[in-house]
Ligand binder design. Sequence first.
Ligand SMILES: C[S@@+](CC[C@H](N)C(=O)[O-])C[C@H]1O[C@@H](n2cnc3c(N)ncnc32)[C@H](O)[C@@H]1O
Length: 241
Amino acid sequence: MTDPYLATASAYDLYALPYRAEIERALEAAVPLFRPDRGPILEIGAGSGANAGWVLDRLPAAHVLALEPSAAMRSLALGRIAGRPDWHPRITVRPEGFFDRDLPAELGGAVALGVLGHFDVGERAAVLAELAARLPAGGGVVLDLQAPARPAPVEPYEFTAATVGEIAYRGIAEARPIGGEAMRWRMTYIALDGDRVLTEETTEHVYHHPAPETFDAEAERAGFEARPLDETSTFRLLERR
Ligand SMILES: C[S@@+](CC[C@H](N)C(=O)[O-])C[C@H]1O[C@@H](n2cnc3c(N)ncnc32)[C@H](O)[C@@H]1O
């Protein structure tokens, strides 16, 4: 089966760069919810390992359990980790998805960024229940809901651009609703040398877009208090009651 994140992984950290400061603001806001003494910080869909690395540097007592089913993304994470031998005893990168294995009985916190929409409504309820069963009271999760808040057509737009040396990298996204809370996204990644296209890769995936109030109610039912990072933010902090 083709790895759906192969195209993205070609330059993932570059494409993510414009969003990085806001992600780190959300991670910082979640620090008071992390209890590294109670268990590992679980990262669901660790991608290139940037968030896991952030946690390891920010919380010297933390261990991270990073789940990443994409081989291409995992290789980015392991490349990052290779350069930091001091992290090696404190992070485990597993090649499984969330439902592919049992989780530790206790977690010290959880990070689920850019991944929640991969789960449909039933899977989302199961994810919230599994986390709630393992987090201590006062412990929590940082996650995000991807815009649009409700399914709506998204015309093609450049969501990221960066230039490294002579090569310009561009990411273009478009999407259409396909029923219920689901949208089909089409992502195109282009590397350009001036006007010449050197590489162009397109990938499609289905993503779920629960309305923020729907998601917050689901989190409440699972035993969390949900709050947005700030009024209009797509980031959510979930605190275990
Ligand atoms: C958009 S990337 C986000 C990566 C990283 N969390 C970040 O913030 O940069 C989404 C990641 O979720 C992973 N993923 C998809 N389905 C998953 C599942 N069922 N369990 C765990 N990870 C999953 C993908 O392989 C991909 O690396």
